[in-house]
Ligand binder design. Structure first.
Ligand code: HAM
Length: 418
C-alpha cells in the first residue's frame, strides 16, 4: 500500500466526535445575530485579489505575507479569502442591499485562509462566525455587536476565562495627528530594525508588541484615547455607557490595535486566558470609510469575527461539556429473515416524527449488534428477531439500566417517545 495522504500543513479535519462540539459552537456563536435580525449571507471562498489588497490594507501582515493568491486559467489574480469583511461588503454593494434600507445587518460563517506559521490555535485554514452592520454610526450598534460577541461566549457557551478588551482608535480626522505624535515618540527610542520598519508602515501596531523590553520602552507612549476628537470621544463614551446598560463586563485597553487596517473608533477583542499565545478568540470593530474605499457610498460599518477553532479549544481548556444536539434515542437491531421488513418502516416512522434513530447493518450477530448499540450512545436498543416476528412484538432494552421488555409492534413508537 502506498503512503496515505495527509491534510495539508496547518489544516485539520473536523471529525466525530469532535465535530459535535464544532457544530454546537457554530450554533452558539450565530444564535445572537439570528435573534437580533441579522440576515444570513454567504459569499465565494475566493475573490479578486485587489478586493483584499484594498479592503484589508497593503501594510497588514495578512495581505503582505499571508494570502493564498493564484492566477486562474483565464489569468485573473484570485485570492482565497483571508477574512470575511471585504467579501461581505463587496456582496452587499453588488447586490444593492444598501438600497433597501439601512442599516444592512448580516451574519456569516465559513473558512478563511492565511499562510501563517502553524501552531496550536493558529492554522492555515480557520473558521469564523462573523457579523457586519452597514450604514449606521449609532454607538448603540457598536454595543449591540460587542454584546452579541460576548453573550454567545460567556452565557450560551458558559466560558468563564474571557477578557473583553475595548478601545477607540479615533477617526480619519483625529488619528493622523496622533499618529505623528506617536511616530515622534517612537523616534526617541532605540528599537530594532524590524520594529523601525513597522513604524513606517503603521506606528500604532508597535503598541501591540508583546516583548517585555519593548513594552517597558513604550510605558510613556502617547495613547489614542487621550487624543480623540470631540466626536470620537463622545462616541466612545456612549459605547461604554451602553455596554454598562447591557451589563457587559469589559476592560479599557488603550494599546489595543488590531491587525487589520480598516478599523476606526471602536475596536475590541475577546481574549481567553487559557490558550497561551493564540489567545484571541474573536475581535472586531468599526470601519467607517471602508465601504467607500471599496468603491461604494460613504456608509459606516461595524462588525466582528469570532474564531470557531479557538472557541472549541477554549471550551476544551475549561473542560466544558455541551449537551449533544441530537442524542440518539434508539438503535434498531434486525435479526434474521423478515426482520428488516419490520425495522425499516419503523425507523422511517420514528425519523419522520423527529426521533434520532440508527440501526445495525450487514446482518451481524445479536452480540455484535448489541456492541454497536452500546457504542452508539443510544438510550434504547430495539431488537426484532425470529420470536418477535412471530408474535408481532419487539424487545426494547434500556441501555443504561439494562432493563428490557417485550412490546407489541404497534406500541414501540409510543413507548420510545413517551
Ligand atoms: P481577525 O481578528 O483577523 O478579524 O480574526 C477574527 C478571529 O478569527 C480571531 O480572533 C481568531 O479567533 C480567528 N483567527 C484568525 N486567524 C486565525 C488563524 N490563523 N487560526 C485560527 N484562528 C484564527 C477578522 O478577520 C475581521 N474580519 C473581523 C471583523 C469583522 N471585523 C469587523 N468585522
Amino acid at each position: 500500500m502506498s503512503d496515505l495522504f495527509k491534510a495539508p500543513k496547518g489544516t485539520y479535519d473536523v471529525v466525530p466526535p469532535f465535530s459535535q462540539l464544532w457544530l454546537a459552537v457554530k450554533d452558539a456563536l450565530s444564535t445572537p445575530p439570528r435573534l437580533a435580525g441579522y440576515g444570513y449571507i454567504e459569499t465565494p471562498l475566493f475573490e479578486d485579489t485587489a478586493l483584499f489588497v484594498r479592503g484589508v490594507g497593503e501594510s497588514t501582515d495578512v495581505v503582505s505575507k499571508e494570502m493564498y493568491t493564484f492566477n486562474d486559467r483565464g489569468d485573473r489574480s484570485l485570492t482565497l479569502r483571508p477574512e470575511g469583511t471585504a467579501g461581505v461588503l463587496r456582496a452587499i454593494l453588488e447586490n444593492r442591499l444598501d438600497r433597501a434600507g439601512l442599516p444592512v445587518k448580516v451574519w456569516y460563517t465559513g473558512a478563511n485562509f492565511r499562510y501563517e506559521q502553524p501552531q496550536s490555535g493558529r492554522y492555515r485554514q480557520h473558521t469564523q462566525v462573523g457579523v457586519e452592520a452597514i450604514g449606521s454610526s449609532d454607538p448603540a450598534l457598536d454595543a449591540e455587536i460587542i454584546w452579541m460577541a460576548i453573550h454567545s461566549q460567556r452565557t450560551i457557551l458558559g466560558l468563564k476565562n474571557i477578557r473583553l478588551l475595548v478601545n477607540s482608535l479615533g477617526c480619519h480626522q483625529c488619528r493622523p495627528a496622533y499618529r505623528e505624535l506617536l511616530t515622534a515618540f517612537l523616534g526617541t527610542l532605540e528599537l530594532d530594525e524590524a520594529t523601525q520598519e513597522r513604524i513606517l508602515l503603521n506606528p500604532l501596531r508597535v503598541l501591540d508588541d508583546k516583548r517585555e523590553h519593548v513594552r517597558a520602552l513604550l510605558e510613556d507612549a502617547p495613547l489614542m484615547p487621550d487624543h480623540l476628537c470631540a466626536e470620537c470621544c463622545e462616541h466612545h463614551n456612549l459605547v461604554l455607557h451602553f455596554l454598562d446598560l447591557l451589563g457587559v463586563e469589559y476592560e479599557l485597553a488603550p494599546r489595543l490595535v488590531r491587525g487589520l487596517d480598516y478599523y476606526v473608533r471602536t475596536t475590541f477583542e475577546l481574549i481567553h486566558t487559557g490558550l497561551g499565545a493564540q489567545s484571541a478568540i474573536g475581535g472586531g470593530g468599526r470601519y467607517d470609510g471602508l465601504v467607500e474605499t471599496l468603491g461604494g457610498p460613504a456608509l459606516a460599518g461595524v462588525g466582528f469575527g469570532l474564531g470557531v477553532d479557538r472557541t472549541c479549544l477554549a471550551i476544551q481548556a475549561e473542560g466544558i461539556t455541551l449537551p449533544a444536539s441530537n442524542p440518539l434515542l434508539a438503535f434498531l437491531i434486525p435479526i434474521g429473515e423478515g426482520a428488516l421488513e419490520i425495522c425499516l418502516p419503523l425507523i422511517g416512522a420514528l425519523r419522520i416524527n423527529g426521533a434520532c434513530v440508527d440501526m445495525a447493518f450487514d446482518s451481524r450477530s445479536l452480540k455484535a449488534s448489541m456492541k454497536s448499540a452500546d457504542r452508539s450512545g443510544a438510550k434504547f436498543a430495539v431488537i426484532v428477531g425470529e420470536d418477535e416476528i412471530k408474535n408481532h412484538t419487539a424487545v426494547i432494552k434500556n441501555l443504561l439500566s439494562g432493563e428490557q421488555t417485550s412490546v407489541p409492534l404497534d406500541l414501540v413508537e409510543e413507548m420510545l417517545t413517551k
